[in-house]
Ligand binder design. Structure first.
Ligand SMILES: Cc1ncc(COP(=O)(O)O)c(C=O)c1O
Length: 322
């Protein structure tokens, strides 16, 4: 029975991509976390957050979890709460993918939609709503993905060791998209504690306030923040790149056309960031990135020319059928 797995997060494959960029001297690897059962890297985060609560006795079957989420953590928590017999209330905003909300509901979650606040700060409005709901549901807990050390711990103990194992400990640059910065921070803690020479590249959205960024309108979910998350104060990446949404679209489509990987907006941002940084990356380097989620929930945004034209003002070249 050794090959029978569990329904918990599993080690995802790391694959070599040789068509994404025309750089024969640089090896590019992708870790396919989009293959997790709930479709994203947040599968790991959700399991770690819940298990920490359960093992400390603050949460048990029949209990309630309330969390603010732009989509993926909500999907992962929905799935893992239902299998653990826990009620889950997801606080979401209007940036959330409609299909993400349907998936959460399919896993039995209750979805609480916060309408666009007058000051435009959706994240702050969601966090306030979580506090209001906690007051209304005595005994309920919030997993606090923005500040909990159990968020980066998931990536310290699984994501990064898996990458290093797949690459025989030999990696020069790792590109990670950032929102709570939990994924980045877990990888950073691993790199620093093991004294690796791997440089960490944080890929953020233009308009996100992470890393002293300036707040502006963002339409695509998955990366970026409107309020500085507590965890991000510890994040010290070697490089930070801020990507425009139209370049996220270009990155997603490039990954789909060249490598046959359908990924979400934050992974498209990483492809755009790698493209920008390649001229500075020495020949012979090995670079890796996370495919944070699948492109399926983005079929009506990133992969829809009408949506892209209407919301981002242009349609990238080479974006029709091949
Ligand atoms: C689509 C997507 N992008 C980016 C990230 C990184 O987010 P965070 O900084 O919150 O770890 C995740 C994490 O799961 C994700 O699902």
């Amino acid at each position: 029975m050794d090959s029978v797995g569990t329904l918990e997060p599993f080690a995802t494959p790391t694959v070599r991509l040789d068509k994404l960029f025309d750089v024969p001297d640089i090896q590019v690897f992708a870790k396919l976390d989009s293959l997790q059962l709930s479709g994203s890297t947040k599968e790991r985060t959700a399991a770690s957050l819940l298990d920490a609560f359960i093992s400390s006795g603050r949460l048990a079957p029949g209990g309630t979890v309330i969390e603010s989420t732009s989509g993926n953590l909500g999907i992962s928590l929905s799935r893992q709460c239902i299998v653990r017999g826990i009620r889950f209330i997801a606080v979401v905003d209007e940036n959330a993918n409609g299909s993400a909300l349907q998936i959460m509901r399919a896993y039995g979650a209750e979805v609480d939609l916060v309408l666009n606040p007058a000051d435009g700060n959706k994240l702050a409005a969601r966090r306030q709503r979580v506090q209001d709901l906690l007051a209304q549901h005595p005994g309920a807990v919030t997993t606090n993905q923005y500040g909990s050390p159990d968020n980066p711990a998931a990536h310290y103990s699984s994501t990064m060791p898996e990458i290093m194992k797949a690459l025989d400990g030999n990696l020069d640059f790792l590109f990670v998209a950032t929102s709570t910065t939990g994924t980045l921070l877990g990888c950073q803690n691993y790199v620093r504690e093991h004294r690796l020479s791997t440089q960490l590249v944080a890929v953020d959205a233009l308009g996100s306030v992470l890393f002293d960024g300036e707040s502006a309108l963002r339409r695509l979910p998955g990366l970026g923040a409107g309020v500085v998350p507590e965890l991000s104060l510890q994040a010290k990446p070697d490089h930070v790149l801020r990507i425009k949404e139209i370049d996220m679209v270009r990155g997603c489509r490039r990954l789909a056309y060249r490598e046959g990987i359908l990924a979400g907006a934050s992974t498209g941002a990483i492809v755009a960031a790698m493209d920008q940084m390649l001229p500075e990356i020495p020949a012979g380097s090995r670079i890796a990135f996370l495919v944070h989620d699948s492109g399926v929930p983005y079929l009506h945004t990133v992969y829809d020319n009408d949506w892209v034209k209407e919301n981002l003002g242009e349609v990238p070249e080479n974006s029709g059928a091949q």
